[in-house]
Design a protein around this ligand. Structure first.
Ligand SMILES: Nc1ncnc2c1ncn2[C@@H]1O[C@H](COP(=O)(O)OP(=O)(O)OP(=O)(O)O)[C@@H](O)[C@H]1O
Ligand SMILES: [Mg+2]
Length: 383
């Protein structure tokens, strides 16, 4: 660990638990703001650990080593929500500033707790049940005419831990407790991303449309098309209210189902920079990564305004093609206005390894260019 006393006087030090691509992209913003940035990584090959000079290798279950790391920084924040709650709680008990707090993070880390809390607060959601046993699951299945989704309350991401249930016998393979939800017939999925600082300043990015394939986000369109100002404003207001109700500090993403009848239902929450706002790196005045750092350090937040009429983000999902850099040559030569972000991750099937942003005022053209680059880099097309 770098010696703090050698840093220029007054330099804030942020520590991140987890060293994936979100930490890596936060680090880019930390560099430009002159913030010292430390990551607690599991492995030196993780996305942020590769680039961050100041890294500690360890296990997030090992409370003592996380505590030692945390004592070397001004504030702890998170790269992902899988940090054990015992670890986060013990940091707080030891007087460490943790943002978002463990009390808030539990609602992003545990979908069952999230449903219970948001139900208490009367937010609109799909019908749900935290089933404790097979009998309860069968009743729910019967009630919803066999159109249900089962979710592992904890540990899921990118659609892992989410299963469509079509026959009653499939219920038998579930591990209880399990979150069951009606399968919503949405017309599209939206995401409302807000950032809230420790003293309650908040900003809201434009509401975006997210496109999923097999439960994994593939494309984001900012702003969501044909969302009238009233409904967009209502979605933003709801996200701001949730941030306040749950006392979230940093980025809060509220994933929403647009049912087409004017109703927006909350799917789930994320409390860290979120894939649905990666477009902000190139498409807004202040990116979500910079605003997340500003929020946890209680600095004034930057403008979330867009710098162009539209922004499109496409995720590069790993396939058979291992060499991402070979594709760069073609993509960079063909389209000098693209913004390509690669995470330094080894390509594996179904894994997010980078994304492409494009901004401008011709949406069709942006979608075409982003889709081409993503497919070319992932190796699903070769011209
Ligand atoms: N109740 C539901 N009705 C219909 N579709 C759903 C429902 N819940 C989830 N889905 C679909 O599955 C996708 C993944 O679900 P969810 O967002 O809960 O899982 P996740 O793996 O935690 O996602 P993330 O990658 O955002 O962390 C959703 O984006 C949506 O397309
Ligand atoms: Mg999701």
């Amino acid at each position: 660990m770098q010696d703090r006393t050698k840093l220029p006087f007054g330099t804030p030090v942020v520590g991140v638990l987890g060293a994936g691509q979100l930490a890596r992209m936060m680090y880019e913003s930390a560099i430009s703001l002159g913030i010292a940035f430390r990551v607690f990584a599991n492995d030196e090959n993780e996305s942020a650990a590769q680039v961050c000079a100041d890294k500690t290798l360890g296990n997030l279950q090992d409370i003592e080593s996380v505590l030692k790391f945390a004592r070397s920084v001004d504030v702890i924040t998170l790269d992902h929500e899988l940090v054990p709650s015992e670890t986060l709680e013990s940091l707080v008990q030891n007087g460490i500033k943790v943002f978002p707090s463990p009390a808030a993070v539990q609602y992003a880390a545990n979908k069952g707790l999230m449903r219970q809390e948001l139900a208490k607060l009367e937010y609109p959601m799909p019908k749900w049940l935290l089933a404790e046993n097979l009998e309860q699951a069968r009743n729910f299945f019967t009630k919803f005419g066999s159109k249900i989704i089962a979710k592992s309350p904890t540990g899921g991401y990118d659609g892992r831990g989410v299963w469509g249930i079509n026959t009653e016998s499939e219920l038998e393979s579930l591990i209880f407790p399990v979150l069951l939800e009606e399968k919503v017939k949405f017309v599209r999925e939206l995401s409302a991303v807000v950032v809230r600082s420790t003293h309650n300043q908040a900003v809201s990015y434009p509401v975006v449309e997210t496109i999923q394939s097999n439960g994994i986000c593939t494309q984001v369109i900012a702003p969501a098309l044909d969302l009238d100002a009233e409904r967009a404003g209502a979605a933003q207001a709801m996200a701001l209210r949730i941030a306040d109700d749950l006392d979230v500090v940093g980025v809060l993403a509220v994933e929403l189902f647009d049912t087409g009848s004017g109703e927006l239902l909350v799917n789930e929450l994320a409390m860290r920079p979120h894939n649905s706002a990666h477009w902000t790196q190139d498409g807004s005045v202040t990116s979500q990564f910079e605003n997340h750092l500003r929020a946890v350090l209680d600095l004034p937040l930057g403008s979330p305004e867009m710098v162009s009429q539209f922004a499109v983000m496409g995720n590069i999902i790993g396939g058979q093609h291992e060499d991402l850099h070979r594709g760069l040559l073609h993509c960079l030569a063909r389209d000098p206005k693209l913004h390509i972000h690669l995470y330094g991750k080894e390509v594996r099937e179904g894994r997010k390894v980078g994304h492409v942003n494009a901004i401008g005022d011709n949406l069709e053209d942006l979608i075409f260019r982003v889709t081409h680059a993503v497919d070319f880099l992932a190796g699903t097309i070769d011209e």
